[in-house]
Design a protein around this ligand. Structure first.
Ligand SMILES: Cc1ncc(COP(=O)(O)O)c(C=O)c1O
Length: 383
């Protein structure tokens, strides 16, 4: 078995469940024709792989029509599709300080090229957001509110249902980046007032890399980001209007989507609520074991507070890259160090100079593995 202790699930989950690998291999052997591009039986089988995966994702996120779920190769593409598909020159957007560069960079690009304006709502020193701050920001016509459901640096959880309600009250669309929450926190797009949900297939949904998606509510008409062949209405020079074809030009990742189906099945069987409870308990164990180490500062919500499966910390006078390197080389523990693609969150918690070490747990992480991290950190830095 693996001796590596993998605590980098926030980047991508690993190892993937055996069912995921079996489903991918089966799809490669039996269904890897081009879906939607032919009526022979293997092409039909491939189309079925896509359709059935859309259906289980729709059930997971409480989406009524599975065709409102678009496959992408990761969260970043889904976010770019949503942001660039909806915004017009001069629009105003509200985001938060915990956004990943997958949100911030498309917004900053549109700021430069299309004259949009962007406000980043403050979070507190633990990365938590006071809804009152969002209310204050929503004081002028706003086209889009976008926020990360959970910070990939701090694990803090944003009250999306309430923010979605506020956004709608002011006539804004609401886009949620579920990179750190899909499969880990229950998501109901209706109850949470979500118009667009960008999610990875390869993190909490346990699918392979190269999978992800975007839910687009029926009333949202996005301009497609990518134009090309869909296997449908081929005589038309414009992109078809029908979903999902409108947003899925080009050959999809059929084997990956088959694997994603198996991952989602596992998540639905365990339930996101149970996964959250288990991951939360592991984060509390880590916090408890790390908090007394001299010169170590834990980031994110206080012990006992809600958080996703992320525990980040900084050491005074020791570079975070060095900590991660020593954990890997001396103890076989994989964590991530650096800026985690979220510079504004670092400003919020004053780690923009140092970066941080991030340990993140997954569905199969054990107490024993968290204990190994705690012991290694104590052995390295409790002098
Ligand atoms: C909050 C957040 N948003 C977006 C992304 C980008 O996800 P992907 O790698 O699936 O494009 C990540 C990746 O870690 C993330 O944590």
């Amino acid at each position: 078995m693996n001796s590596l202790i993998y605590l980098d699930h926030a980047a991508t989950s690993w190892p993937k469940p055996p069912e995921v690998m079996t489903a991918m291999q089966q799809a490669m052997n039996e269904a890897a024709a081009n879906p939607g591009r032919g009526s022979h039986s293997m092409a039909v089988k491939a189309s079925r792989v896509l359709f059935e995966t859309r259906v289980v994702l729709a059930k997971l996120f409480h989406v009524k029509n599975a065709n409102d779920i678009i496959f992408t190769s990761n969260t970043t593409i889904a976010l770019n599709m949503a942001i660039k598909g909806v915004l017009q020159p001069g629009d105003h957007v509200i985001a938060t300080m915990i956004e990943h560069n997958s949100v911030r960079r498309p917004l900053e690009y549109l700021k430069r090229t299309h004259g949009i304006t962007v406000d980043y709502v403050k979070v507190n020193a633990n990365g938590e957001m006071d809804v009152a701050e969002m209310k204050l920001a929503l004081n002028r016509p706003t086209r889009l509110v976008v926020c990360s459901h959970s910070s990939n640096l701090l694990g803090s959880i944003i009250p999306v249902a309430e923010i979605g309600r506020l956004a709608h009250e002011r006539g804004a669309l609401f886009l949620v980046d579920a990179a750190q929450s899909a499969g880990i926190i229950d998501i109901d797009v209706n109850k949470m007032n979500i118009d667009m949900l960008a999610f990875p297939g390869h993190k909490g949904l346990l699918g392979p890399q190269g999978t992800g998606g975007l839910y687009i509510a029926p009333h949202v008409d996005l301009e497609p980001l990518i134009h090309g062949g869909t296997g449908s209405q081929s005589e038309e020079k414009e992109q078809p209007t029908v979903r999902p074809d409108r947003y899925e030009a080009g050959t999809p990742n059929t084997p990956g989507i088959a694997g994603l189906h198996a991952g989602v099945d596992k998540v639905r069987k365990l339930t996101p609520a149970a996964i959250y409870a288990q991951e939360w308990a592991l984060t509390q164990q880590a916090i408890d074991g790390l908090r007394d180490i001299p010169n170590l500062r834990l980031l994110g919500p206080k012990i006992g507070m809600p958080r996703s499966g992320i525990v980040s910390f900084v050491m005074n006078d020791v570079d975070s890259a060095e900590v991660a390197f020593r954990l890997d080389r001396e103890y076989g523990i994989a964590v991530r160090a650096g800026m985690h693609c979220t510079p504004l969150a670092h400003y919020a918690v004053l780690t923009d100079k140092s970066g941080a070490v991030r340990a993140s747990v997954g569905v199969d992480t054990t107490e024993h593995e968290v204990e190994a991290l705690v012991k290694a950190m104590n052995a390295l830095y409790r002098t």
